[in-house]
Ligand binder design. Structure first.
Ligand SMILES: C[S@@+](CC[C@H](N)C(=O)[O-])C[C@H]1O[C@@H](n2cnc3c(N)ncnc32)[C@H](O)[C@@H]1O
Length: 302
């Protein structure tokens, strides 16, 4: 059964308080968020509107981006539990070819709250996008991760990735000759290569800028305890909700657009039923050279 999408805020909150796995609300995040109980959320993970004229937003200025953040960040700080995490995925504001890194603007607002501590600035890289002709093509965006206070949940073992050289040995000291790597894998670092949701990506919907499920999924595993609550105040088509469902966390999603809310409800319900449509979080395949599309035509520069 598809998850219900609430319009009324009090009925949505009643459903959340009664223990619902998913609370999806089609409404304005700025109106809804202050109604939730303070200190009730483990992890806020979202990608806000960039105010650059995507289909879902009128082309606006960076001043409006700042104005939204001046309002929403104090509310989010209040909603987080002590030790809770705030992860904000942003790119760049572009006007007449001039770029403004949105994470700079976000950080200016978050640092007004002394309890909020910046833990990582994760670079999300991907290989597809517009081909620029007057500058290097943009192939990364940012996820800022803050904690509320310093006693944060960080389950590193849940997100370790395979070692590149698992057979590497200690070459000196008392452990000389023994394996030097952690058998559970290595820390994934702060540069993540995850394909973006474009073209024929399995997760693609009608939304113009979904993030891949694997992006929130790693943060959810590491930062939100099992059974904890993940909130996405700008949920779009619910990619963070799909990740929360796969990882058995509760989810609150808010989205102002009817069509995106309905798609989110469908995707999240499928994920709760064990049928998530999501690219697994695995390394990007490098072409070996023998594939038809990887063969270099004679007149291409080698
Ligand atoms: C960058 S997109 C998020 C996409 C999402 N991460 C996904 O994977 O589908 C931002 C979303 O915020 C929604 N939005 C814009 N203003 C809003 C508001 N005031 N309240 C709730 N949602 C809003 C837009 O409709 C858009 O879907």
């Amino acid at each position: 059964m598809t998850s219900k999408v609430y319009r009324g805020i009090s009925s949505a909150i009643a459903s959340f308080n009664s223990g619902a796995s998913d609370t999806l609300i089609c409404n304005d995040a700025l109106a809804v968020l202050p109604k939730f109980q303070k200190a009730s959320i483990d992890l806020v993970f979202s990608s806000p509107p960039y105010c650059i004229g995507k289909e879902y937003e009128s082309a606006r200025t960076s001043a409006e981006f700042v104005a939204i953040h001046e309002k929403i960040i104090p509310v989010i700080v209040d909603l987080l539990k002590p030790g809770g995490s705030f992860c904000w995925q942003v790119g760049y504001h572009a006007r007449k070819g001039v770029l403004l890194p949105l994470d700079f603007l976000v950080h200016e607002q978050v640092r007004k709250h002394p309890k909020m501590m910046l833990r990582n600035r994760v670079i999300w890289t991907f290989n597809h996008g517009l081909h620029a002709s007057k500058r290097f093509s943009g192939r990364h965006e940012i996820v800022l991760w803050y904690t509320k206070g310093d006693s944060a949940n960080f389950d590193l073992d849940s997100i370790r990735i395979p070692q590149k050289y698992p057979g590497k040995l200690h070459y000196k000291g008392p452990k000389k000759g023994g394996l030097s790597g952690n058998p559970l894998g290595k820390n994934p670092g702060d540069v993540w290569d995850v394909p973006n949701v474009k073209g024929k990506h399995v997760e693609k919907t009608s939304h113009p800028c979904q993030f891949p499920v694997a992006l929130p999924q790693r943060f959810i595993r590491a930062l939100c305890p099992k059974g904890g609550v993940v909130l996405d105040p700008f949920m779009g088509v619910g990619s963070a909700g799909v990740a929360a469902a796969i990882e058995s966390r509760r989810f609150i999603g808010i989205e102002i657009d009817d069509e995106y809310s309905a798609i989110a409800a469908q995707r999240i319900s499928e994920a709760r039923a064990g049928r998530a449509v999501a690219r697994p979080d695995k390394p990007v395949v490098e072409p070996k050279g023998h594939e038809k599309v990887a063969k270099r035509p004679a007149h291409f520069r080698g």
